[in-house]
Write a protein of this length. Sequence first.
Length: 355
Amino acid sequence: MIKTDILIIGAGPTGLFTVFEAGLLKLKTHLIDALPQPGGQCSEIYPKKPIYDIPAFPEILAGDLVNNLMEQIKPFSPGFTLGERAETLEKLDDGTFIVTTNKGTQHHAPVVAIAGGLGSFEPRKPPITNIADYEDRGVSYFIKDPEVYRDKRVVIAGGGDSALDWAIYLADVAAEVALVHRRREFRGALDSVEQVSELAKLGKIDLVTNAEVVGLRGEKKLEKVVIRHKDEARGEEFREVDEFIPLFGLSPKLGPIGNWGLEIEKNAIKVDNSYDYQTNIPGVYAIGDVNTYKGKLKLILSGFHEAAIMCQSAYHRIYPDKKYVLKYTTVGGVEGFDGSKKEAKKEVVQSIGVN
């Protein structure tokens, strides 16, 4: 039985930052994640994708954000149960909880913080009958490392931000990039659409609209894709490729968490945002993209804010008779459980007299 103060379900950015906020309150944390490494989507799906809305970072790669968060929480020595999915939640008579994973690992804590992002993800696959035969043999639904596609012939299918962004990125990496979309209009950001159009004019992206990839061919691995044009005069064409990347988005699922008796609305957990992001089960909180409330913004920075508020509430739940006075880290520094301390830098103001 693993015992901790706050059990965090989900080791994405919000879950990792919760460790830091809890650590400032001298609360121990343990994280459960179905993925084999911390970082959530940022590590598993798009580690090389730039993020632009993290305060103080005009641009940071998703993987680097995770690395920075892991460095930030080092002083607080969190525990991890990775590669296991939180399966059941049991509330004991004393108000504490036992969470058991699909592999039977049990965790005991007075507070549970669900920070599972949008839940588990399954890619939305195009209706190509034999697509499963080429998965990991030329077909990928995520881009983890763009270098995999260096000097290769790549076909991307899709019309949203991911398809546009990766077509732009791979234009300087792959030998050939074709972007196939079933319509003439794209659903992505206007500046991305303009960049793709400009790159198409320069011959760096082959923009194929009003068309769909409908077939895959190849012996041991993918060798060709079949593109069907809506213009009957053009019909179908066979294009030689090394890699096919259909980017039609992800289908999120809450998984077993959806069976815990929580109040669910549109695949998200309803919380009380007027105070502490607690769910309808006292002691169970939901923070980050997994929760919903009026005015919710699904941004990483929103998850960071929710984590800070939630930890304050958790402290009072665990220690109802103690009074905690908020101290700024710029004044008190950051002290880990091992006694090590990063001192806050103190400014020395020197008064200079003028004769």
